[in-house]
Write a protein that binds this ligand. Sequence first.
Ligand SMILES: Cc1cc2nc3c(=O)[nH]c(=O)nc-3n(C[C@H](O)[C@H](O)[C@H](O)COP(=O)(O)O)c2cc1C
Length: 268
Amino acid sequence: MKIIAVMGSPKEKGSGHKIVKMIEDRMIAMGNVEFEYLFLKDANLKPCIGCYNCMAKGEEKCPLKDDRAAIEQKLLTADGFILSSPVYMHSVSWLMKNFMDRFAYLSHRPRFHRQKMLIVVNTSITGEKTALSTLKIALGHDRGAQNVQELAIATPPWPQTERAVAEKERAIDVSTKKFYQACLDTSLPLPTFNSYMDFLMMQKFSLICRQYLPADYTFYNGKVYYFDMKVNPIKAAAAKAIVGIYIYLMKDMSPGNVLWPATKSLSH
Ligand SMILES: Cc1cc2nc3c(=O)[nH]c(=O)nc-3n(C[C@H](O)[C@H](O)[C@H](O)COP(=O)(O)O)c2cc1C
């Protein structure tokens, strides 16, 4: 089993690294696990400039010349990812946020269906919930029925009580076991009714917005789901009917004929 740990702290040997090392040691004791670290502080991943090309036209149209595509290829070889970030101002670190932004097109066109994810945040005291909710949509894990484990650990800059330490060790044990078990299953995740409806929404929207989101249109056109699979015709009909209602209710989100703000072009 191959695990890639994406490290979002600007420090190499900070608390987040110590926690992920504990997870690594536990996983290696559980079975045949190959563990690799990607330290974002050292990665050749430039800051997103917000051109929207990756979303609208395709990630190959990103003007930034760096290792984004090579990192994606490496991530595709993994069975699971650990995303580790310190909590900064109730959110993830800028390094982790930039990593998420550079792969934001995966929330339109997901690719990591098989890979399981363990998200780990460490904080002095506060902000872990918001940071986790940001992190859990990384790498397109908001699309499809993927498996995401969450772990939040307090790492204040002072010594802690024995009880607090025991509780943290227990939380690390539990999350590691769940993540390891999830990674053993390398099959594609069966869609839930909600994830199938979400797929249909994206597909319909990509058709309505094909002029503005051509990469999405190409991706969704002709697909039955994100990957080949049989869909129960009764569930499919029910999902399509519900999605039809949603799309109707969202009609003001669809393209119209007013340029607003007037100076901004609608096509990217
Ligand atoms: C810029 C910055 C912002 C921070 N914001 C928070 C915060 O909102 N809540 C909190 O409890 N700790 C906060 N911290 C503390 C870090 O989350 C904490 O020190 C963490 O353990 C650092 O992890 P690391 O050693 O892996 O880098 C902040 C630290 C920094 C440097």
